[in-house]
Design a protein around this ligand. Structure first.
Ligand SMILES: O=P(O)(O)OC[C@H]1O[C@H](O[C@H]2O[C@H](CO)[C@@H](O)[C@H](O)[C@H]2O)[C@H](O)[C@@H](O)[C@@H]1O
Length: 289
């Protein structure tokens, strides 16, 4: 009797089996050649639980350890966030961690870059429209009768209006969409919508552009991207495009509060705790390797 090739047992817990063939190909490529894989992750909602006050946001307790265990096994680990890069590094606790000597944080949707090797942030010149919008915003919100509890987050290269603390956060958010789009356009800015936040920021870069450039820089042979919010949709699109160019990818959604992202994911995990569990599983070599 001829011996038939036996299916190999999946080395990860079944909870991490992607729902799509493309996702399974992406995961298989990552596991077959981890040293060619790029692991790219969003911060808020993906590596850090969502909290009402953005200044209180911190990486999930298991995140840094999981990243530090995984990073030496893969080509690169990058955090791609809407936060200023330095803020993500601080709130993440990413600096000076053994194992994360080559971590890169792309902040402000890719406009800024921090790397662990230099320990410094490279940032573009300030966009004059941000200063003008920042100056106008408090009076503007009063003028349009924004919901009580709406508040302004100062982000340096951008300025954001949050509604999570309003009595009806969703209605408060919706009521701001059009007026803030008009204000942003007047100052040459765009509105980046997120989870109960509308950010006014310079155009020209997004997480998809940032990810595509970083994949090229690293020469990655496969990509895992994990996110949770609308700002991550562009990165998902980049991974989908890379697949058509022969670079397998795995799209992971942290939670399913944002259906526009979750519906496109190959794998939906249980929030930052689920992301940490996935990273931990990827960092543990399957038996026999
Ligand atoms: O790209 P990200 O790393 O996901 O950053 C996107 C936004 O994250 C922050 O806001 C979100 O997290 C807050 C803290 O958990 C939460 O209070 C808020 O409702 C979320 O939208 C950050 O404050 C924003 O500036 C970022 O754009």
């Amino acid at each position: 009797m001829g011996s038939q090739p036996q299916p190999q047992p999946h080395p990860l817990p079944t909870a991490f089996t992607p729902a799509t063939p493309a996702g399974r190909d992406g995961l298989a490529a990552l596991l077959a050649a981890p040293d060619r894989a790029l692991i790219a992750l969003d911060f808020d909602g993906t590596l850090a639980d969502i909290v009402p006050d953005p200044e209180q946001s911190r990486a999930h307790p298991g995140a840094v350890g999981a990243l530090a265990a995984l990073a030496p096994r893969v080509a690169s680990v990058a955090v791609i966030t809407g936060r200023p890069a330095g803020v993500a590094v601080r709130y993440g606790g990413f600096a000076g961690v053994p194992g994360l000597e080559h971590l890169v944080v792309l902040g402000h949707y890719g406009a800024e870059r921090w790397d662990a090797v230099s320990g410094t942030v490279r940032a573009p010149a300030a966009h004059p429209g941000v200063r003008a919008a920042r100056a106008e915003l408090p009076g503007f919100l009063d003028g349009i009768g924004a919901w009580r509890g709406s508040w302004i987050e100062e982000k340096g290269q951008a300025v954001a209006v949050h509604t999570r603390r309003a009595e009806d956060p969703v209605r408060a958010f919706e009521s701001l969409r059009l007026p803030l789009a008009e204000l942003a356009a007047r100052h040459g800015l765009i509105v980046e919508p997120g989870r109960l936040v509308l950010e006014l920021r310079p155009p020209g870069v997004d997480k998809g552009v940032a990810l595509a450039e970083y994949v090229r820089e690293v020469g990655a042979g496969s990509v895992l991207y994990a996110g949770d919010d609308l700002g991550d949709v562009a990165a998902f699109s980049t991974v989908e495009k890379l697949r058509t160019e022969g670079i397998p990818g795995l799209l992971v959604c942290s939670g399913n509060e944002v259906p526009a992202l979750a519906d496109r994911a190959d794998l939906v995990v249980d929030g930052p705790a689920g992301v940490v569990a996935l990273l931990t599983a990827l960092a543990s070599p399957p038996a026999g390797t």
